[in-house]
Design a protein around this ligand. Structure first.
Ligand code: AMP
Ligand code: MG
Length: 401
């Protein structure tokens, strides 16, 4: 058995980085920017009002009760170039440019219209600059608005749009193909014949990959037949940047994925010192990374989490490739036997009134038992030994959602 860290290092060293591409902002959500983006514009581009109200000269309203002549109305979007002189005001709407001469805005709530709106009573004393958003108080031309390596979230896209960017250079999202193998597997809701089970890994891996930011391709269900497996793997590699197979990589008589990959790809077969997900295969077929995940549902998802996901995130340009880990208090004994492996236990997580995390087992921990997997918020990491007693601290990897 090899340590998980060695297996991960092996994989990380071999998964190539995605090429960079220029994509429209609308397609860039979740992508990693490869270059600094420098704004050519200053935002706000001109002084404008933060309020609906009246643009005034502060000197005219230094005490409450001033009455001013309303000389114009400035809507958001209008140029607002008519000046405001002494004793005058302009009715103005949020975002509209400050008219020349005005240096403050009184909110409409502190005013009363007189003479059908030809004059206004200002019921407040307003200092210079009140209610004004200054030119450049957000971005100045020449500012780096997005640094290389930034994962583009909604806020970044909004910021880029605001400075007039229409596209951004990113690492191309990883396209990941998923195929299930096994003669026992069936799709759909028809009653099972004795010996059959339903294909659950493919759907779960597709969802997990999507939520990790990858473009997932469903390559279907393939029988335990060497020719069919080879054809599916080759087609997948032609179409995708990486491939996930589930099943057929352990020691069984019908583990043909292992045979096929062993013949056509440069594979390394690993026994990793972890439970679940001890068997794991990784290699390259025509330069395309292939992850041979175990068939047991819990094992396949745990291998994806611990090995495939970090490597594919690295390929997509992420610096932060791992799930968050937190320290939590075990609310009950999380027992295990010494066996040379690190155990990953499906747990549910809660927070006590001091906001400290607490964990409990999510249920049956067999590698075929999906109920606990579905209920789990995280994987508690139990190093080799006897486990963790109630009340002790344990490290927890936070799962999706
Ligand atoms: P294998 O690695 O092919 O021997 O599969 C190990 C176990 O996982 C067997 O019990 C398989 O029936 C089960 N299994 C394999 N693939 C899937 C799948 N796609 N969905 C659910 N269970 C699977
Ligand atoms: Mg199988």
């Amino acid at each position: 058995m090899i340590p998980l860290a060695d297996a991960l290092e092996h994989v990380l060293a071999r998964v190539p980085a995605q090429p960079t591409v220029e994509v429209p902002l609308a397609e860039a959500h979740g992508c990693v920017a490869t270059d600094d983006v420098v704004s050519s514009e200053t935002i706000p581009a001109w002084d404008n009002t933060a309020l609906d109200g009246y643009a005034v000269r502060a000197a005219d309203v230094c005490v409450p009760g001033a009455v001013l002549d309303v000389v114009t109305t400035i809507a958001a979007g209008s140029a607002g170039e008519d000046p405001v002189g002494a004793g005058q005001a302009a009715r103005i709407m949020t975002g509209a440019p400050m008219p020349p001469g005005a240096d403050a805005v009184v909110m409409v709530e502190r005013t009363s219209m007189l003479d059908d709106g030809r004059r206004v009573l200002v019921d407040a004393a307003v200092a210079e600059g009140t209610g004004v958003r200054r030119v450049g108080d957000d971005v100045r031309a020449g500012d780096v608005v997005v640094a290389a390596g930034t994962v583009l979230r909604a806020g970044h896209l909004g910021l880029l749009a605001s400075v007039g960017a229409v596209s951004v250079r990113v690492r191309r999202p990883v396209r990941v193909g998923v195929l299930s193998t096994g003669d026992e597997l069936v799709e759909g809701g028809a009653p099972l014949r004795r010996g059959q089970i339903r294909d659950s890994n493919r759907l779960a891996l597709l969802a997990l990959g999507r939520s990790s930011g990858f473009e997932m391709i469903d390559l279907g269900l393939v029988p335990d037949d060497e020719e069919a497996i080879e054809a599916a793997i080759r087609a997948g590699c032609a179409d995708a940047d990486a491939l996930l197979t589930s099943g057929g990589v352990s020691m069984g008589d019908f583990d043909h994925v292992k045979v096929v990959l062993g013949r056509i790809a440069e594979m390394r077969w690993m026994q990793i010192a972890i439970k679940p997900a001890k068997p794991f295969a990784f290699g390259l077929l025509d330069g395309v990374p292939v992850f041979g995940l175990p068939g047991n549902p819990v094992s396949s998802l745990v291998s994806f989490e611990l090995l495939a996901r970090p490597a594919l995130r690295r390929a997509a340009g992420h610096v932060d490739i791992h799930r968050r880990r937190v320290r939590a208090v075990a609310e009950e004994d999380l027992r295990r036997r010494p066996d040379g492996k690190t155990h990953f236990v499906r747990v549910t997580l809660s927070q006590d009134d001091r906001l400290d995390f607490r964990v409990r087992s999510a249920g049956g921990q067999g590698s075929h038992q999906m109920t606990a997997l579905a209920a789990a918020d995280g994987l508690a990491v139990l190093p080799d030994g006897d486990g963790v007693a109630a009340g002790a601290d344990v490290e927890v990897i936070l799962l999706d959602g």
